[in-house]
Design a protein. Structure first.
Length: 184
């Protein structure tokens, strides 16, 4: 990797130039080429159709939370106390933390089994960053917050829908451009 400041040839992946100490980390970032890849890497999560936030208090029973999730057909519910996001409870939390517990779900409250202090996104974050967080964290839902106000929930389904629409639009546009123009 060649330093743009002094021209010294550095080992690929170097954070700083070995000759002049110029930062090189930004030069090693992957760059979007075009189409869907460019959209994923550069578009903000505001381009996605996210779900409205549904929330309950941390003292809510798991039975009640599951009932609400089933009724609203959602995979997770946010846990708030005093207008602050304190946790998230998902289908996965239910399966991993409660299955086989042997305790009635009406006797277990969310604060005991929720995922506390969930990872969050801000409206300006990119889709690429959201996917990175989901991959590293191993989860499918991320709350979107602006300061302390919860704006919505991003799910992997939202990203897949966006990709599907983007690819379909791209393919339709390409097909239309390849059709011969009608003879006059």
């Amino acid at each position: 990797m060649q330093c743009p400041a002094c021209g010294f040839e550095n080992i690929p992946g170097s954070d700083r130039c070995d000759e002049c100490m110029e930062p090189l980390a930004e030069l090693d970032l992957p760059q979007a080429q075009s189409g869907v890849q460019k959209r994923l890497m550069e578009d903000s999560i505001t381009r996605l159709e996210t779900s409205p936030p549904h929330s309950v208090f941390s003292g809510t029973s798991v039975a009640k939370a599951l009932e609400l999730m089933k009724e609203m057909n959602i995979g997770c519910i946010l846990v708030v106390d005093e207008h602050q996001l304190v946790g998230i409870f998902s289908e996965r939390d239910f399966l991993l933390k409660l299955a086989g517990l042997g305790k009635p779900l009406t006797d277990v409250v969310l604060r005991e089994v929720m995922t506390p202090k969930p990872v969050t996104l801000e409206p300006g974050d990119t889709i690429r960053y959201a996917l990175h967080l989901m991959s590293v964290g191993g989860f499918r839902h991320i709350p979107i917050v602006d300061n302390t106000r919860v704006l919505g929930i991003l799910s992997i389904k939202h990203v897949l829908r966006y990709l599907n629409r983007s690819v379909l639009r791209s393919e339709i546009r390409k097909a239309l451009l390849q059709q011969p123009s009608p003879g006059i």
